[in-house]
Design a protein around this ligand. Structure first.
Ligand SMILES: C[S@@+](CC[C@H](N)C(=O)[O-])C[C@H]1O[C@@H](n2cnc3c(N)ncnc32)[C@H](O)[C@@H]1O
Length: 219
């Protein structure tokens, strides 16, 4: 469902999302990649809106299951002079080996994944994340404030129609089952957008160091 949607909207995605991108998304993307180092995965990279925030000293691989979106990401990277790789892959079953990435970033991807794929994708991310690595999720949550909730309900049909997305994805509730522990869990725009930084639990040689956790919490 989201595959067909993104293949169809790929040429329009940046135009449709521009108002959000310029008014607030850009600012938050910077936070996701701050202090990211080593080998980084941009999971569900889309048209490459995160590219300007990729750390210059890191190696980045972007994956998406929509070739149409990836074409645009590659063009954007070339235009910005960034040497990232973009590969077609499904996030439920990537072709990466275990314990591969230092940082896995997923920005506005869980709001698009159907509910039944949230846990499989979190598990796959844990599998390919290094024991000392982090998984960083920037995504929507439903507001607890009545007027904001109402506004989100009003906008929901558009979000679903335009982006096959929703505000109600329950990714956070699957973290214990996926064995991912939050080291940072902050609202970064009202109580509507969250930045979650997760550490894979119980992997040999694992645990993000206390120093790194302190740095991540400082944001
Ligand atoms: C809302 S867009 C976000 C794109 C980008 N991360 C950003 O912040 O602008 C969601 C992206 O997730 C991709 N996607 C959805 N389900 C996927 C899956 N199972 N495997 C890989 N990519 C997927 C879509 O093709 C789309 O490019």
């Amino acid at each position: 469902m989201s595959y067909e949607k993104y293949e169809r909207i790929a040429p329009l995605y940046d135009v449709l999302d521009k108002a959000y991108e310029v008014s607030w998304k850009r600012r938050l993307r910077n936070d996701v990649f701050r202090d990211a180092d080593g080998l980084i995965l941009d999971a569900g990279a889309g048209t490459g809106c995160n590219i300007p925030f990729y750390p210059r000293n890191a190696r980045v691989i972007g994956v998406d299951n929509s070739p149409g979106m990836l074409v645009r990401a590659r063009k954007r990277a070339a235009k910005e002079g960034i040497s990232a790789e973009f590969l077609e892959m499904d996030l439920t079953r990537t072709r990466f080996p275990d314990d591969h990435f230092d940082v896995i970033a997923a920005t506005f991807v869980f709001c698009v994944l159907p509910e039944e794929l949230q846990l499989p994708v979190l598990r796959e991310m844990r599998r390919i994340c290094k024991p000392t690595g982090t998984i960083r999720i920037l995504d929507y949550t439903m507001s607890k404030k009545a007027p904001v909730r109402l506004m989100m309900r009003v906008v929901s049909p558009w979000l679903n129609f335009a982006f096959a997305a929703r505000y109600t994805a329950q990714y956070e509730s699957y973290l214990p089952e996926a064995r991912l522990a939050p080291v940072r869990n902050d609202f970064v725009m009202g109580d509507v957008v969250k930045l979650l930084v997760l550490s894979p639990e119980g992997k040999q040689g694992g645990d993000v160091s206390q120093r790194e956790i302190a740095a991540l919490r400082r944001g």
